[in-house]
Design a protein around this ligand. Structure first.
Ligand SMILES: Cc1cc2nc3c(=O)[nH]c(=O)nc-3n(C[C@H](O)[C@H](O)[C@H](O)COP(=O)(O)O)c2cc1C
Length: 311
């Protein structure tokens, strides 16, 4: 049988394969250990951690829509100190890339969480979740503000030297500027995208189906939008970009790779099929075998944009 090589190099971070799980949909991976060996994956991105404990938003925090899920969890987490205490043993035992997702209310918050993680944990790097309000700028999302993203990334890099993935928000017409700002500030990679702001209302009760009224849409419904944003970003930067948004099948993941993704993150699909990430990895291997391809290099970034009859 042909030797398949799924390893990839995420700007110096060596991965067994390109399949990560996405933040907030996979806990720290321990929740999935009875389903399959988490170490089979290329990596995991943990739920987002903040400096202080967050209780999260009012319920209901999640609802199903056609082809998708709206969530408004509100970054519930125990705070960085408790996160490390509770998960250190598990995370340090993993033989796959561990990326800790980090968020904050101010630029300082991001730096402090990253510094604490660096002091207390052995892990692969951080994913900066910038899809949240900047307290110092009247609650405008960091992810809509290229200068704010540049400042976060530059300070985290300078003060911690951690491996940094910046996770972009799809909710801005400045997404290319934000991507370029993160790159210029030293981000090692990007991931795109986070959820898309959304609402679902109930005609009978005349209430929103989400306690916080609005939330973020994820799942198959967002794939074409996430892929378009991904497509814009990949053309704007040189650093690797991880594809996230609506990946449910191996084909979905392969499409992002065709668009140029170095790796992918599987999110909502983990929540309705606990085997999803492993199944997607196996499907990628099957695709390579059935197309007599040894690795992904002949697919990655090979989108043919010409049409018959066009120059
Ligand atoms: C229930 C839920 C919780 C999430 N929590 C986080 C989070 O804490 N941090 C983050 O960066 N993204 C979070 N996300 C967004 C996902 O990581 C991912 O970017 C998004 O869901 C799109 O991927 P998908 O369509 O495969 O789910 C969450 C998504 C869901 C569905």
């Amino acid at each position: 049988m042909m030797d398949i090589d799924l390893t990839c190099d995420l700007n110096g971070l060596k991965l067994k394969n390109p399949v990560f799980t996405a933040s907030g949909t996979y806990g720290v991976g321990e929740e999935f250990k009875d389903f399959y060996d988490v170490n089979l994956l290329g990596g995991i991105v943990t739920k987002t951690v903040t400096l202080e404990k967050r209780e999260g938003n009012l319920p209901p925090r999640i609802c199903e829509t056609r082809g998708g899920i709206i969530n408004s969890i509100g970054l519930q987490n125990p705070g960085v100190e408790a996160f490390v205490k509770e998960n250190k043993e598990w995370l340090e035992s993993l033989k796959t890339a561990v990326i800790v997702s980090v968020s904050g209310r101010t630029v300082d918050d991001y730096v402090r969480v990253c510094a604490r993680l660096k002091e207390r944990l052995r892990f692969g790097g951080v994913e900066l979740n910038v899809s949240c309000p900047n307290e110092r700028k009247g609650g405008v999302s960091f992810g809509q503000d290229p200068d704010a993203v540049e400042e976060i990334v530059a300070r985290v890099k300078k003060e911690t030297h951690l491996f940094v993935i910046t996770k972009l928000s799809p909710w801005t017409h400045l997404v290319r500027d934000v991507a370029c700002a993160a790159e210029a500030a030293g981000s090692n990679a990007l991931s795109a995208t986070n959820t898309i702001p959304a609402i679902a209302v109930d005609l009978k009760t005349r209430k929103s189906r989400i306690g916080n009224v609005t939330g973020g849409l994820s799942g198959p419904a967002i794939k074409p939008v996430s892929q378009k944003i991904f497509y814009d970003i990949i053309k704007a930067v040189e650093i690797p970009v991880i594809g996230v948004g609506g990946i449910e099948t191996p084909e979905d993941a392969l499409e992002y790779i065709l668009l140029g993704a170095t790796a992918v993150e599987v999110g909502s699909a983990n929540m309705y099929n606990p085997m999803a990430a492993r199944d997607i990895l196996q499907g990628i291997r099957r695709y390579l075998l059935s197309n007599s391809m040894q690795d992904l290099s002949l697919l990655r970034g090979c989108l043919d944009e010409k049409r018959d009859g066009s120059e």
